[in-house]
Design a protein around this ligand. Structure first.
Ligand code: NAD
Length: 352
């Protein structure tokens, strides 16, 4: 076996059904009693219900979390937290809500309890991405790692079917990049392979039967496992491209991951053959790139950047931005090849 370095992150994870009832005890376990509940506008009702359940342990609800963590939204939420004297945040939602909790923690050190309701995986990472003046920048700091993660499978039953598919592929992207990361190691390989398999098996079931508890449970567990990979290794071209398209062109997060993943895998496969063979095997497909493309397309997910509203004339600028401050990547980054990758993704071509 090759020598390796593995850096595990501390995590307190509560996983199950009906675990939302654990939020109150967990707030108290942190020595807190003035929680600010965070949600997106779309999950206000769930946030209000949680606030009511928490009774005197919750001081308020801020329900304007926004995708890609714009700093103006963070500043508004911070004012609310300060005005209410919040001593912790409880983020109930997908990556946007968890991102807001992290952005608040970055600036205040308030502890976070996060209740993920999508498969994006932000809860298990020290990564915070923020968008200001149309540019999304990311940093890694332990300050943003949530203290407690509560996974309640019941809360994922309402995740719309298309978002279930794209968010599941978003989780897979973390595992794929972990397999060929410069920090890859046998532990994250095991997690990545397990995560890809759980999600690949769960998504076709959820496409037909979104209320299937067993498949929901597998998908959420797979999402956590994939997120744990993301939390411990360096990310590469795929995430860089998604941040570029999300931050600068405001494309939706999980859909962008879904469209780009087959193409970034195809770009990297010649330089990461062992890793992408593992990914293919975990998917149960002969080729990882085609396996992800077929899985997404067959389950009705978007498969072209054109479908996401990307403009063809912006592809060149996207390639330029992706070349700036590149992340370490198995395949060397060449602007013309990147542009051709983006064109294939724009057209929705099945990778060769
Ligand atoms: P999201 O959080 O924006 O959710 C999309 C929509 O789905 C929202 O309206 C949300 O309220 C709704 N939703 C979520 N769960 C639901 C449920 N169970 N039922 C009904 N509606 C539900 O999208 P996302 O894809 O989860 O997260 C994307 C954001 O997360 C991006 O900003 C991305 O950069 C960030 N992210 C960060 C990291 C990290 O490590 N820092 C990792 C992954 C994603």
């Amino acid at each position: 076996m090759q020598p390796f370095v593995y850096n595990a992150l501390p995590a307190r994870v509560i996983f199950g059904r009906g675990t939302l009832s654990q939020v109150g005890p967990e707030i108290q376990g942190l020595g807190c009693n003035k929680a600010l509940v965070l949600t997106t506008p779309g999950q206000t009702k769930e946030g209000e219900a949680l606030k009511t359940d928490l009774g005197v342990l919750a001081v308020g609800l801020y329900s304007n979390a926004t995708m890609h963590t714009p700093t103006n939204v963070t500043e508004e939420a911070l004012l609310v937290a300060q005005r209410l004297g919040a001593d912790c945040v409880v983020a109930l939602g997908g990556g946007s809500t968890i991102g807001l909790g992290k952005a608040i923690a970055l600036r205040t050190d308030l502890p976070q309890i996060v209740i993920p309701t999508s498969y994006a995986g932000s809860e298990a990472t020290t990564i915070i991405g923020q968008t200001e003046n149309g540019l999304k920048t990311t940093q890694k700091t332990m300050k943003v790692l949530p203290e407690v993660i509560i996974y309640d499978v019941d809360l994922t039953l309402t995740l719309p079917t298309q978002m279930t598919i794209t968010s599941g592929i978003n989780a897979m992207a973390h595992a794929v990049e972990a397999l060929y990361s410069k920090d890859s190691n046998p532990i994250t390989d095991m997690l990545a392979e397990q995560g890809i398999t759980r999600i690949a098996n769960a998504l076709p079931i959820l496409f037909k039967d979104p209320g299937n508890n067993e498949a929901r449970s597998d998908a959420l567990f797979g999402a956590w496992v994939c997120a744990s990979c993301l939390g411990t290794v360096s990310i590469a071209l795929h995430h860089k491209l998604c941040h570029t398209l999300g931050g600068t062109f405001n494309l939706p997060h999980s859909e962008t991951h879904t469209v780009l993943l087959p193409h970034t895998i195809a770009y990297n496969t010649p330089f990461a053959t062992v890793a992408m063979t593992k990914a293919a095997h975990s998917l149960g497909a002969p080729s990882a790139a085609q396996g992800v493309f077929d899985l997404a397309k067959n389950l009705g997910a978007p498969y072209s950047l054109k479908q996401l509203g990307m403009k063809e004339e912006d592809l060149a600028r996207a390639a330029d931005i992706a070349m700036e401050n590149p992340y370490p990547n198995p395949a060397p980054l060449e602007r013309e090849k990147l542009l051709s990758l983006l064109k294939d993704a724009y057209e929705g071509k099945r990778p060769a």
